[in-house]
Write a protein that binds this ligand. Structure first.
Ligand code: GMT
Length: 375
């Protein structure tokens, strides 16, 4: 099929999932057109099966806010007409589902009937979408989608609770490309990061409040009180400075490495011994899955969809949000003995393989076929 994918092109999980999905679909013979304001970060290669169309929003002094939705829906209309697109797949409800619906209606006026699939990713429902400022528009555009998918059962339940949904919501979990992780490189450079006797603890996120970076720092502080350890923090965001200040106050600057945003997280996860994800909310926790496929067990909160990914006692441990002592104790349980750590590493990997892309992409294809046939 010829599919237009709308997503955020940044390091966030929803953009990563949309990009990896597009790449996988292209490999399976579909023609994929990414429509967004910047080339997605994980989209390195364009080909005759993968195209990128930039949404440009001209600045005009009269506008206090530049109308991105308008530019996006116009771009979608043009792209559909020019390339004979057969289906829109929008990732993240705000404002993509709304803009997608507008494009669909404009095309309908010209006799072009194009179905729209909306994938809900998390904060579009749990944090932002149900704010009274957005709620009616989000509710409307979800109900006007031809199919709605959610990345976890937990997010599906939240959506049904917060909104008045008339559509069936199908859970299609996020996924991982196992073959890519195994093939990419063989030189895992652990020695560049830590001494041989040190355990490496990692956290990757956008450093927003919802990630509870302070908990990351506190859990690590307790870990390094007991065993030799390094903390590697990957990502950029508003809470990063706070983490830097805490490392200073705790006197552990030498053990904390800030790496900023990275396109090569496999290179970091390959030598990690433990991944921390103490989030307040998380619809899925793609970063945890990426850690697990790299044989890194996970200490996480039990918020949202995380328990659907990180299995307690198997791929790591779960604790209540904010239960720092419990998280630290569980972390030490995994890290103290080489044998225990090795067992958890194998099990984390095994759990992650259940989310292999080869199992998940056909679920999206089935949705596409269904809505296309019903258009
Ligand atoms: O976690 C974020 O703040 C980024 C956000 C996004 O939209 O990119 O991530 C959400 O979507 C990811 C991919 O489906 C999920 O793995 C994350 O759990 C989810 N984040 C939250 O629900 C907070």
């Amino acid at each position: 099929m010829k599919i237009a994918i709308v997503c955020y092109p940044t390091f966030g999980g929803s953009g990563v999932v949309a990009t990896e999905l597009g790449i996988a679909l292209a490999k399976r013979g579909h023609e994929i057109h990414f429509v967004t304001y910047k080339q997605p970060v994980r989209l390195e290669l364009l080909s005759n099966h993968i195209h990128f169309h930039e949404v440009h929003v001209p600045e005009y002094a009269l506008f206090h806010y530049q109308p991105y939705e308008l530019a996006l829906s116009s771009k979608l209309v043009d792209t559909v007409k020019l390339h004979g697109i057969e289906l829109l797949h929008v990732h993240y409800a705000i404002p993509h589902a709304y803009a997608g619906y507008m494009a669909k209606q404009m095309l309908r006026e010209e006799g072009i009937h194009i179905p729209m699939v909306t994938t809900l990713h998390g904060t579009d429902i749990t944090l932002v979408g149900n704010h009274p400022f957005y709620r009616p528009a989000v509710n409307f555009s979800i109900n006007k989608s031809d199919a709605v998918t959610s990345v976890s059962e937990s997010l599906k339940q939240d959506t049904l609770e917060f909104f008045d949904i008339k559509r069936k919501i199908q859970v299609i979990p996020n996924f991982i490309d196992q073959s890519k992780v195994n093939q990419n490189f063989t030189d895992c450079q652990r020695t560049m990061m830590a001494q041989e006797d040190e355990r490496i603890v990692t956290h990757i996120s956008n450093f927003r409040k919802v990630k509870r970076i302070e908990d990351v720092m506190r859990v690590f502080y307790r870990i390094q009180n007991e065993i030799a350890a390094k903390l590697i923090l990957v990502g950029e965001g508003p809470e990063k400075e706070r983490a830097e200040a805490m490392a200073d106050q705790m006197g552990i600057q030498q053990q904390v490495v800030f790496l900023g945003n990275s396109n090569e997280i496999d290179r970091i996860l390959c030598f990690s011994d433990l991944f921390l994800l103490p989030s307040e909310k998380e619809s899925f926790g793609l970063a945890a899955l990426e850690a697990m496929i790299n044989k890194t067990p996970v200490i996480s909160s039990n918020a949202g969809g995380i328990p659907e990914v990180n299995l307690h006692g198997e791929s790591g441990y779960l604790s209540n949000v904010g239960a720092i002592e419990d998280m630290a104790e569980n972390a030490l349980k995994i890290l103290r003995e080489d044998k225990t750590l090795a067992d958890f590493k194998i099990r984390a990997y095994e759990v992650a393989t259940r989310f292999d892309i080869q199992r998940v992409v056909p679920m999206y294809e089935a949705v596409y076929e269904e809505v296309y046939a019903a258009r």
